[in-house]
Design a protein around this ligand. Structure first.
Ligand SMILES: [Fe+2]
Length: 230
């Protein structure tokens, strides 16, 4: 199974995973010679595929993410584009909220492309984190120490929290259409930490900077990983 992973925000990068093994990881700045450059270029994906010997016909799945509330930027929407897969979403029981969230992260592509041409290299924003009400307030993170495992799991399993993190998409790449998954920023961080860790189960908290409104806020999301699931 060949999976193409794309990060479309600042430090845009592509990874190829072939039957569970990472076989290629290219950061766009190394090719474009512009530090931290954002937006994925379809040519870089093609270069990565050529490097691994995997043809575009062999791609089974795309997984995309982006930096904090940056759009799912691409440099050429005709050759690389993402659309919400509403048919799959309905099968999975997802809802309009997910589609709105995805569309929000798609809408500034044109602006990003213009900035890219002007060599404005990145945008720092922050996606809206989905804080359960219980976690917001004066005590904030201190509450975790007082919650039982059952309370934590019940909170993490809230439908709004689970559904918001992964969105089914269709990816158009060089004239072909592929199935895809859009993974939210903080879940990508958490997965990278958990799947590389030696632990079978772990509480994972991802928390980093950037805020759409203030540009100096910090936000985060908590997850729980068990074996091959997070
Ligand atoms: Fe981050």
């Amino acid at each position: 199974m060949a999976v193409v992973g794309i990060s479309c925000g600042h430090d845009a990068a592509v990874s190829i995973i072939d039957n569970g093994r990472l076989v290629c990881h290219f950061e766009r700045e190394r090719f474009q010679r512009h530090r931290h450059v954002a937006a994925m270029a379809p040519e870089l994906i093609r270069t990565a595929l050529e490097h691994t010997g995997i043809s575009s016909d062999d791609i089974d799945l795309f997984c995309i993410t982006t930096t904090q509330s940056s759009a799912y930027h691409t440099t050429n929407l005709d050759r690389l584009n993402f659309n919400y897969d509403w048919d799959t979403a309905e099968l999975l029981g997802n809802n309009l909220f997910c589609k709105k969230s995805f569309d929000l992260l798609m809408k500034t592509n044109e602006l990003r492309r213009q900035n890219d041409e002007k060599k404005h290299d990145f945008v720092y924003n922050c996606e809206d984190a989905y804080f359960p009400d219980e976690w917001v307030g004066e005590k904030s993170l201190a509450q975790f120490s007082e919650m039982t495992k059952r309370q934590i799991m019940a909170t993490l399993n809230q439908k709004a929290v689970k559904n918001a993190q992964i969105q089914p998409i269709k990816v158009k790449f060089l004239g072909n259409t592929y199935p895809g998954i859009a993974v939210k920023h903080q879940l990508s961080h958490a997965a990278a930490a958990f799947y590389q860790s030696p632990f079978d189960s772990s509480f994972v908290f991802s928390h980093d900077n950037g805020d759409t409104l203030t540009h100096d806020g910090y936000k985060g999301v908590s997850f729980f990983g068990v074996k091959a699931m997070i």
